[in-house]
Design a protein around this ligand. Structure first.
Ligand code: BJ8
Length: 424
């Protein structure tokens, strides 16, 4: 922790005393969970470095951009189109919402029986412990679930918030509603930045974000290999970092990592035994630093090879069409791409169930773990359908409902029993 960082945090209005508690705890947690892993790809060095100074370097960059006149736009959901933010010369930042550290502050205001992801994100603002929130000029929320949309109303009392209406159905009328939201968002960003979004700068931004998604697709593909060339924990971290790092730099680093993984695959070099049970995790997103389930699974002998999640395949599986030339067509292509995110907020949402079955086959998994945050009713109810579909396909499923608290002992008992059952 440098004095420079402290000075910057002070200027941002951070509660230094509370923030110190978080910053002091992180290195030992990271060492235990990440640095203790054997035979990690060298390319993970960059991501270790980024996380090692998680509230330093990147925040400093954002502040410099802000001093140079750029705006910082913070988001909580993969429905917010980064392309529009980048086209206007602003910087999108996916906010952390994965730690129980910020929850006590949130519980002073929000009901306790709210999902931890919502409480964690709100608590960072209320407790003034996140320099990314403090650096941002606008927070963009969405109407994906009731808890979130009500939280955004309260958050708007503390910071400028714009909420995008995500429809609940996938029919033509819903798509038109979503397109109108995308168009309105373009107007909001133009007003914020004072920059007109043109066909040219939007085309560039689409290409840039597609490049990042393509790199993450490569990483995902590499995990199909047996033995897996990278741990699930490391792959999760790479996806988490991609939400807040500079897009071009992140793309380059993920591609370099994938080149290395390609060589590992050719040499049959892996991080786990080829006999390790292969697991697909599906469900609620795991925002940084939520590594609990991956850590438990992988220290119990499993290999997590895929995440059907918004910090996983839902974030990068689809690209925006790059062949559109008019603004209307570009915005339609953006709207169409985002409508393919199969979040449980949609009804019906059969595409997500189909994705889970397809991914289970493609990644040759031995079992699926459905990850549900406590009080997340959309995913919990959808798990009933997931359960039925997997049973029909003969794919074993373990349903986990948890929060950010420490229930590792209980979870480990259930995970051990599941792994023993599916052991090859
Ligand atoms: S597109 S999954 S990132 S909304 S876990 S806050 S749903 S009660 S996070 Fe999500 Fe966008 Fe959907 Fe993805 Fe509510 Fe559930 Fe909490 Fe959730």
């Amino acid at each position: 922790m440098t004095t420079d960082n402290r000075e910057m945090w002070r200027e941002l209005g951070i509660d230094l005393e509370q923030h110190d508690l978080l910053m002091n705890a992180l290195p030992s947690v990271y060492k235990e969970i990440y640095l203790s892993q054997k035979n990690r790809p060298q390319g993970m060095g960059f991501f270790d470095f980024v996380v090692g100074d998680i509230h330093g370097i990147r925040v400093r960059e954002l502040r410099q951009h802000a001093k140079d006149g750029a705006k910082v736009v913070a988001t909580y959901c993969v429905f917010v189109p980064d392309e529009i933010v980048l086209a206007a010369g602003a910087i999108p930042v996916g906010l952390c919402a994965g730690t129980n550290f910020s929850i006590p502050a949130a519980e002073q205001v929000l009901p306790r029986n709210t999902c931890d992801l919502i409480k964690s994100s709100f608590g960072f603002k209320l407790g003034r412990t996140c320099p990314y929130v403090q650096t941002s000029h606008l927070i963009v929320g969405e109407t994906t679930c009731d808890g979130k949309k009500k939280m955004f109303e309260i958050l708007a009392e503390y910071q400028p918030v714009h909420v995008m209406e995500v429809p609940n159905k996938k029919n033509r009328a819903s798509r038109d509603l979503w397109l109108s939201e995308v168009i309105a968002f373009k107007g909001v960003v133009e007003k914020l930045t004072g920059t007109k979004i043109t066909e040219e700068n939007l085309a560039q931004a689409i290409k840039l974000v597609n490049g990042k998604r393509h790199a993450l697709q490569r990483l995902s593909q590499a995990r199909k290999a047996s033995p897996p060339p990278i741990s699930g924990k490391d792959a999760l971290l790479v996806t988490q970092v991609s939400f807040y790092d500079d897009v071009a730099r992140d793309t380059q680093q993920v591609n370099a990592l994938c080149d290395e993984l390609g060589k590992r695959i050719a040499n049959k070099e892996g991080v786990f035994s080829p006999k390790a049970p292969r697991i697909l995790i599906s469900g609620c997103p795991m925002a940084i630093p939520n590594w609990k389930l991956h850590h438990l699974l992988e220290t119990s002998g499993a290999a997590v090879v895929c995440e059907e999640s918004c910090i996983g395949t839902r974030a990068f599986s689809d690209l925006v069409a790059e062949d559109k030339r008019t603004m209307d067509d570009q915005l339609k292509a953006i709207a169409d791409r985002y409508m393919q995110i199969h979040c449980a907020c949609f009804t019906p949402n059969t595409e997500r169930i189909e994705d889970i079955v397809r991914l289970a086959r493609e990644y040759k998994v031995d079992g699926v773990v459905h990850y549900n945050l406590l009080f997340c009713h959309t995913y919990a109810n959808e798990a009933v359908k997931v359960d039925k579909a997997l049973e029909k396909e003969g794919i074993p499923l373990l349903r986990i409902e948890t929060d950010y608290g420490d229930d590792s002992g209980q979870l480990k008992t259930r995970i051990d029993a599941f792994l023993e059952m599916i052991q090859k």
